[in-house]
Each structure stands twice: as structure tokens, then as C-alpha cells.
Design a protein around this ligand. Structure first.
Ligand SMILES: Cc1cc2nc3c(=O)[nH]c(=O)nc-3n(C[C@H](O)[C@H](O)[C@H](O)COP(=O)(O)O)c2cc1C
Length: 255
């Protein structure tokens, strides 16, 4: 087994050139035990090389001045405080994306003009927060349309946190719907955590007088906890994508 193979076996994906350099430095180039002796240094360098973290926030309500957007803005500021380096908030208010048609697959110019800037934003993200209101017990049609327009090229093997929003006691149905029907071909990875914000009008308001004093701090804390977990999944799943094992010309869609 070569030095490089030994490193890979220990889970350290490291460039051959860097390993060779280290072997020469220690004078252990002919020693078969070198991989064990050298283990500490690459781990230190991996930490130093840690990537920046960008998280996309999709606000799935078509309504202007929606509660979903209020939640999205709170999540954006929470993420920006100390969880990630960059955020991108995209709102579906007023239906900025037409319903999918075959022009998307045909690469029609008007679709490219509309979609390419959004594709670039999504591609550069490490993780997503998908915020969905419950509308008649469902995910809004515009959010399902979003998952027709963007797929594996932008989302595959990236973690996502579902946050659902209800003015009343709802919020469970859209979580179940997203988990069942928006990940197969996109290969988006919904993390086990989710946040259901019930009675949304009484939490996360700027004016403390508008907030329920019991549920507001609890929801804020729950969101922060879940977002921290999401960011760690973002780091972890990047190594999965970077490993190359997910690339395939054969299995274009999930089963
Ligand atoms: C078309 C429509 C259908 C709705 N259906 C439900 C529902 O089934 N269950 C529920 O808890 N709330 C329902 N609501 C109320 C939402 O929970 C409420 O509007 C909440 O603020 C979240 O949506 P928003 O982000 O668009 O504001 C509905 C709202 C709309 C506009």
C-alpha cells in the first residue's frame, strides 16, 4: 500500500504532492510505517483549509408580506451572526418563476436568462433552508415548481433544513410532502431536524409586544440550534461531493 493509499484509508483526502513533501521532510520516504507517523500534520492542514460556508434560504410563499418571508429574514440574520459566511435569500413572493414548460429542457433563451443567475447562486451554496407555509394542507405550487426548475445540477447531495409555517396548528403536512416528493431527482438531502412554526404571527416579530413570551424564545433557540446542525451537515456533505463518488453518467435520476 502506498503512502497516499494509506492516507485515503484513514479518511484523509489529501493531495499526493503534499504527502510526498512531508515524507521527504521527515526522511521516512522508504519507511512503510510512514503513514501512521505522518498522520497529525495533514489533519492540521485540513482544518486550516476549511472552506467558507454559504447557505441559501428559499422563502416558499407566493404572498407579498408573508409570514414565511418574516421567518426567512429572521433565519438570514441568525445565520449571518456566527453560523455561516454568506447567505442568499430567494423569495417566491409574486411568483417570479413561471410554471415549468419544455423550454427549460430545450434551453430556450428566455429561460436561460431567468434561471442562470439563480442556478449560479444555488450551485455556490453548501446548504439550504427551505421555508414552506401550509396552504390547504400542502406545499404552495410555486415551491413545487421551484423543484421542477432546479435539480441535481444545483442541489444534489446538499443538506437542507425544512422550516414550515402555519398561522394556526398546521405545518406538519408540508414537511411530509417535501420529504416525500422533492428530493428524488434533485438528490437534495433533508436533514432529520425540521422546525414547525405554529401560530407564526405571535413569534419572531421585531416588536417584543407582538410576541408570545413563552413560544418566541423557544422558537428562536430551536431555529438557532437547527441551523448550527445544518451548517455542520454542510461541511460534512461537501466532503461527500468532493470525493467524486456521487458523479455518474449512468444514473441520472433517483429511483
Ligand atoms: C391559500 C392559503 C391556504 C392556507 N391553508 C392553510 C392550511 O391548510 N393550514 C394552515 O395551517 N394554514 C393555512 N393557511 C394560512 C397560513 O398558515 C398563513 O397564511 C401563514 O401566515 C403562512 O403563510 P404565508 O407564509 O403565506 O403567510 C393558508 C393560507 C393561504 C393563503
Amino acid at each position: 500500500m502506498s503512502v497516499y493509499q494509506a492516507y485515503l484509508k484513514q479518511g484523509v483526502n489529501y493531495k499526493t504532492s503534499a504527502i510526498k513533501l512531508q515524507v521527504q521532510k521527515t526522511g521516512l520516504e522508504n519507511n512503510l510505517l510512514a503513514p501512521i507517523t505522518l498522520r497529525l500534520n495533514p489533519i492540521k492542514q485540513t482544518n486550516r483549509m476549511q472552506q467558507t460556508m454559504k447557505i441559501a434560504i428559499i422563502s416558499g410563499s407566493h404572498r407579498n408580506n408573508s409570514q414565511s418571508m418574516k421567518v426567512a429574514q429572521h433565519i438570514e440574520s441568525t445565520l449571518q451572526k456566527d453560523i455561516c459566511d454568506e447567505t442568499w435569500l430567494y423569495s417566491l413572493a409574486a411568483n417570479p418563476l413561471p410554471l415549468w414548460d419544455e423550454g427549460v429542457w430545450d434551453g430556450e433563451q428566455h429561460w436561460q436568462d431567468l434561471l442562470n443567475p439563480i442556478r449560479e447562486q444555488l450551485q455556490s451554496c453548501d446548504a439550504l433552508v427551505v421555508i414552506t407555509p401550509e396552504w390547504h394542507g400542502q406545499v404552495p405550487a410555486g415551491l413545487k415548481n421551484f423543484f421542477l426548475l432546479f435539480g441535481k445540477n444545483e442541489l444534489a447531495h446538499k443538506p437542507a433544513l425544512i422550516v414550515s409555517v402555519s398561522a394556526g396548528d398546521g405545518g406538519a403536512y408540508p414537511v411530509a410532502e417535501l420529504r416525500m416528493s422533492s428530493y428524488k431527482n434533485s438528490r437534495l438531502c433533508y436533514i432529520p431536524e425540521q422546525v414547525i412554526i405554529r401560530h407564526v404571527e405571535s413569534v419572531l416579530n421585531d416588536n417584543p409586544d407582538d410576541n408570545d413570551s413563552r413560544s418566541d424564545p423557544w422558537i428562536r433557540e430551536r431555529l438557532q440550534w437547527s441551523l448550527n446542525i445544518l451548517a455542520q451537515y454542510g461541511t460534512a456533505l461537501k466532503t461527500v461531493r468532493d470525493s467524486g463518488v456521487t458523479e455518474t453518467d449512468k444514473f441520472g435520476n433517483g429511483m
